[in-house]
Design a protein around this ligand. Structure first.
Ligand SMILES: [Zn+2]
Length: 438
């Protein structure tokens, strides 16, 4: 459970720093004094202390740790519980299922999500769920970086008691204040509302006011399906992004999840540096939500990250799978370099979308030492002359060898150091059987 106190040197690695963009550096050494990266230099040129822990970087790529811009770790135990359901009937199945979950089910699901993400090279994730209270300790214990929220959803936003939503808002504010900066600063909190179809505008306004007062960011699902957009137009006479703007939310650091069905006016409205979007191609495909306008969204002031969404709608937390989907699902114009674009989304773009780009997202001296080593040695990668295209088109989570967060090695050569994988698997199997049968 202890952090690595000794310096770490990754020796003779091929580095893809992501800042500046488009650079691949062969034969470099990366020096880490936890929790920070302190130097990147040609191999053999750095002076190191005697107690430096050496990681052999030969035949490996060093990348910034991957950023999963959207997840719901607490419901991981419901993985593979459904198929062939669009979002709306899927939610009708999921919400009562969630009510059957005990706090410990969420805790162990979050543990499993952290274990899977550690093995997949995901060092930071954004997470929102109503049941966040039991998940947060698991996230803290796992050693990953995370932006977490206790998400609010009203039982009946149109005819129900507004006091119920207000009470949930108060609880989520108390949670966000209590968890801000925990885990040695690895955990940051945001306020979250589920979506415009489950939270009334008055409560969204209260959210915006609370977040502004507390100087916190927010996150919310937005324009995920055609049904959501049509419902918002019918009820409120505007699209979901326009409604969020009316409620004051677009003035804040805001992370919008999915953003599949955006109009031209929505894109113009959202194109500002405080707006982040998470693109979740695997989940959008499984829930039959449609295809986002991704090539039109990258390269703007707004930041675009890549997300898995929950294990219930994906069903893996493998961001390299999402890299592949984002690279092949869209009509990228010739010369637009989708492999670089999607790698940016999975690293520095995600960091920007989560408001963490001053700390993570690139390999630079002074930034937090959140990085991964990837080995492209399997036959499916070969011969392969372009490592970024290999990452986008041939890589899988199992190619990640080593995962480091804040200078702590959480996995080295596929061996997990912090978490007890056997105990997590045992707990999760028993609990999932109770929830899903089988
Ligand atoms: Zn979601």
């Amino acid at each position: 459970m202890s952090a690595s106190p000794s310096p770490i040197l990754i020796r003779d690695v091929t580095a893809i720093p992501m800042a500046p963009s488009g650079q691949i550096l062969d034969h470099v050494d990366i020096l880490i004094h936890p929790p920070r990266i302190t130097a990147l230099a040609p191999t053999g040129t750095l002076t190191i202390a005697e107690d430096t822990y050496i990681l052999d970087g030969r035949d490996k790529l060093a990348l910034p740790g991957l950023v999963n811009a959207h997840s719901h770790a607490g419901i991981t135990l419901l993985k593979t519980g459904s198929e062939a359901l669009p979002l709306e009937p899927w939610l009708a199945w999921l919400i009562p299922k969630q009510l059957e979950m005990e706090p410990d089910d969420c805790y162990w699901g979050a543990m499993l999500a952290c274990l899977e993400q550690t093995r997949a090279g995901i060092t930071t994730f954004a997470d929102m769920i109503a049941l966040q209270e039991p998940c947060a300790p698991a996230i803290e214990q796992a050693g990953l970086r995370a932006v977490i929220s206790m998400s609010v959803m009203e039982r009946d936003p149109w005819d129900g008691d507004p006091a119920e939503g207000q009470a949930r808002l108060e609880r989520s504010i108390e949670f966000a204040q209590r968890w801000q900066g925990r885990g040695g600063g690895r955990i940051t909190t945001r306020l979250a509302a589920h979506a415009v179809y489950t939270v009334r505008p008055g409560l969204l306004r209260a959210y915006a006011e609370a977040a502004a007062r507390l100087q916190m960011g927010v996150q919310i699902h937005c324009s995920e399906t055609r049904v959501e957009v049509d419902g918002c137009l019918a009820r409120h006479g505007r699209t979901p992004p326009a409604l969020l703007g009316d409620c004051g939310l677009l003035e804040l650091p805001i992370l919008l999840h999915h953003a599949v069905h955006l109009t031209d006016d929505d894109i113009t409205l959202l194109d500002r540096p405080n707006v982040g979007l998470s693109h979740n191609p695997g989940s959008n495909l499984k829930l039959q939500s449609g295809r986002a306008r991704l090539p039109e969204l990258v390269g703007r002031q707004l930041a675009v990250g890549l997300g898995t969404d929950s294990a219930v709608s994906n069903d893996t937390l493998d961001l390299l799978k999402e890299l592949y989907l984002a690279a092949v699902l869209h009509d990228w114009p010739p010369g637009s370099g989708p492999s670089w674009r999607v790698l940016e989304m999975a690293t520095i773009g995600g960091a920007r979308a989560l408001g963490l780009a001053d700390r993570i997202g690139s390999l630079e001296a002074g930034k937090r030492a959140d990085l991964i080593l990837v080995e492209l040695s399997e036959p499916r990668h070969l011969p392969g002359s372009d490592p970024v295209r290999q990452l986008a088109y041939t890589a899988r989570s199992s190619d990640v060898a080593t995962t480091i967060v804040d200078g702590e090695i959480l996995m080295e050569d596929r061996v997990i150091r912090r978490l007890d994988a056997v105990e997590i698997a045992r707990e999760c199997r028993v609990r999932a059987r109770r929830l899903l049968g089988g």
